[in-house]
Ligand binder design. Sequence first.
Ligand code: PRP
Length: 179
Amino acid sequence: MPLVPRVFLTADQIQNRVQEMAAQISQDYQHGPIYLIAVLKGAYVFLADLSRAIRTPTRIEFMGISSYGRGKTTSGQVKVTKDLDVSIEGHEVLLVEDIVDSGVTLTYLINVLKQRRPKSLRVATLLDKPERRLRPVDISYVGFKIPDEFVVGYGLDFAEDYRSLRDICVLSEEVPVNG
Ligand code: PRP
């Protein structure tokens, strides 16, 4: 059956929450620059909105990772496919994720980044699926806690589709009219 995106969080709800998160971050970090490190690819939309709403000066960096031995869940090994271009030693670092699911990716990245001796290291994620956690992770800024549904849009994909949707949607199977 064809998959149909059903709106779960509207663009307005997302924008409002991102503004709230940015206000909190701006208050918590009085002095910049904050190094916002986004994990490709899913976090690119959240990063764009969040970074423009934070009043403290920021710098933008990207990391790429790949996971092995995973189906729909991250249970395998993670490795860095695109590393940072700069040193983060002595800097305030905020890791920006679109979603934390099993926590495997985040646990790995935090270990990698801690070795670079940042002044501080915190995590901001737009979405958090705590039900699926395999590794405990400490997240400072959470946009929305969501149930265990497969979500797309606002950067999140299904087989590389749907990333540019403005809303966050659940993919559900379309029921045929005479089915
Ligand atoms: C997603 C998301 C996180 C990771 C979270 O990335 O952006 O990096 O999965 O899952 P975990 O908590 O179970 O480790 P994904 O692998 O889908 O790649 P993408 O961002 O390029 O779509």
